[in-house]
Design a protein around this ligand. Structure first.
Ligand SMILES: O=C(O)c1ccccc1NCC(=O)[C@H](O)[C@H](O)COP(=O)(O)O
Length: 264
């Protein structure tokens, strides 16, 4: 099967089935509603942009389907501190285990090591995962429109909003963008990576970001490596960027993040 997203989702539904059997929804919801308040993810991005900087969402991931093993040794807390020192606005932490060697513990460690708001980067398909994310400290979740029906996306957004979490709605084509604009979130991520084929092309952002209405906040995602890539995303209309692999492959992640933040 060549559709990577479909394979990931099949595993994810099974994982959620097992985990929710071990802890009932009401229990994980109660933990989420009693967690300490979330950090302001959207506000941190807006503040960076208002100060004339790139609003960088710096990613923490050990591995990925397209990149294989990306960083070893892998120290989420150290990476979080380096990203914060560089001036990143927010963090994104992969928590999917089978495909990214991620773990909710990575998110907990990263968030505890800094004051930045943190996105739980995973394949969210059920409210149980949103409650779990908040219970473990997440300030924001990702909703991948390619992985969700309109009804699912709306339900997950409603749960996140009820917990004061931010939502990053991710799209890869115009149809998904139109659907994302039916949600209330202001954060619209344009993923340059096709999650079916894993091919990355920054032209996706050139095409879609100009179509995003001015009352939303476009976020360019994936395949961003150089200061010129950053300027290209800015020319398209996105001053907020989500960057992972390029940073994580550098020995000095702080310098690498600073180079991208200061590219405009
Ligand atoms: O990165 C992958 O191979 C991948 C495969 C299937 C689904 C999602 C995938 N990645 C998630 C992301 O979109 C990236 O982690 C994120 O946008 C950062 O991209 P990059 O800077 O290229 O690491």
């Amino acid at each position: 099967m060549s559709d990577t997203l479909a394979r990931i989702l099949a595993d994810k539904y099974e994982e959620v089935r097992e985990r929710s059997a071990a802890m009932p929804l009401a229990e994980v919801e109660s933990q989420a509603r009693h967690a300490s308040p979330p950090r302001d993810f959207t506000g941190a991005l807006c503040a960076a942009v208002a100060e004339g900087r790139v609003g960088l969402i710096a990613e923490i991931k050990r591995a990925s389907p397209s990149g294989g093993l990306i960083r070893e040794p892998f120290e989420p807390a150290e990476l979080a501190r380096a990203y914060e020192a560089a001036g990143a606005a927010c963090l994104s932490v992969l928590t999917d285990a089978p495909w990214f060697q991620g773990d909710l513990g990575h998110m907990v460690q990263a968030r505890a090591a800094c004051s930045l708001p943190v996105l739980r980067k995973d394949f969210m398909v059920h409210p149980w995962q949103v409650f779990e994310a908040r219970a473990m400290g997440a300030d924001a979740i990702l909703l991948i429109l390619a992985a969700l029906s309109d009804e699912q996306a709306q339900e997950l957004e409603d749960v996140a909003r009820s917990l004061d979490m931010a939502v990053l709605a991710e799209v890869h084509d115009q149809r998904e963008l139109d659907r994302a604009l039916g949600l209330e979130t202001r954060l619209i991520g344009v993923n340059n990576r096709n999650l079916k084929t894993l091919v990355t092309d920054l032209a996706t952002s050139d095409e879609l970001i100009p179509l995003i209405p001015a009352d939303r906040i476009p976020v360019g995602e994936s395949g961003i490596r150089t200061p010129e890539d950053v300027r290209r995303m800015c020319r398209a209309g996105a001053r907020c960027l989500l960057v992972g692999e390029h940073l994580l492959r550098q020995p000095d992640v702080e310098a690498a993040a600073r180079e991208l933040i200061n590219a405009i």
